[in-house]
Write a protein that binds this ligand. Structure first.
Ligand SMILES: C[S@@+](CC[C@H](N)C(=O)[O-])C[C@H]1O[C@@H](n2cnc3c(N)ncnc32)[C@H](O)[C@@H]1O
Length: 229
């Protein structure tokens, strides 16, 4: 049986129980990327947001392997979940906006508080962004848009594509890391739908887990799409 712990939203004492309103977590795992040691807590009752998915690890490993430079770059992450990718990119020097649906933001904020030094917090924002609904609350001058394991439910594909299309300008680089699972149309989303609007390049593939990392840029002549799903 897994015991849920309610953690103090400060410091790195993951075993400290709290008896008032604070995020509750089922576990905390450690990860090493680019010389940084990350402690990522995963929350109670957050569904798919409460895990560090292999696609997230794959995207962090890709950034590590390719030594992608985020210093001084403006970055937005979609579907941050636990926040592992956005936290790493902040540590690598990016000015990062981590986004997800409102329920997940406390978990992200907790992980930010335990992993990002105070001196770097000004480079990080955590904001609600439900695809197809909230993207117009954000600017459109990002250097990078990131997403790991956000392509898994076909009902969200039209709104996800609208959000990506709205947020990206011609100079934006998009990295999406996706695990292909049977029956959710994720392969055709990447290979048929996205190429209508974006130049898509496979830059990494983990055959054993069926995870692919795509690098994308917006096609300048791509058709306009409406702002709402
Ligand atoms: C499978 S989890 C991946 C989490 C994290 N990126 C990772 O790789 O570990 C998918 C994330 O996308 C978010 N998500 C799903 N549908 C969404 C939507 N319509 N708008 C915004 N976020 C959404 C979920 O809340 C969840 O945190």
């Amino acid at each position: 049986m897994t015991t849920a712990l309610c953690l103090e939203n400060s410091g790195d004492d993951a075993s400290k129980k709290k008896d008032h309103d604070s995020p509750c977590f089922i576990r905390q795992d450690n990860f090493e990327f680019c010389g940084y040691s990350l402690k990522i807590a995963m929350g109670v009752n957050l569904g798919v947001s409460a895990y560090v998915w292999d696609s997230g690890i794959a995207l962090c490993r890709y950034f590590e392997k390719e030594k992608i430079s985020f210093t001084g770059k403006k970055v937005i992450e979609l579907g941050s979940g636990t926040g592992i990718v956005g936290i790493l990119v902040t540590l690598l020097g990016g000015a990062v906006t981590m986004t997800d649906q409102p329920d997940t933001l406390k978990q992200i904020e907790y992980n930010v508080s335990t992993n990002i030094p105070t001196a770097s917090r000004h480079r990080l924002k955590v904001r609600p962004l439900t695809w197809g609904e909230d993207q117009t609350n954000f600017p459109t001058d990002y250097d990078f848009i990131l997403g790991s394991d956000i392509v898994y439910s076909s009902v969200t594909y039209p709104s996800l594509i609208r959000t990506l299309h709205y947020l990206a300008n011609q100079g934006t680089t998009i990295y999406l890391s996706s695990e292909f699972r049977k029956g959710n149309g994720s392969l055709s989303f990447h290979e048929v739908l996205l190429p209508e609007y974006f130049n898509c390049l496979v830059v990494d593939r983990l055959e054993d887990k069926d995870i692919t990392v795509y690098k994308m840029t917006r096609i300048s002549t791509s058709p306009e799409i409406g702002l709402r799903a």
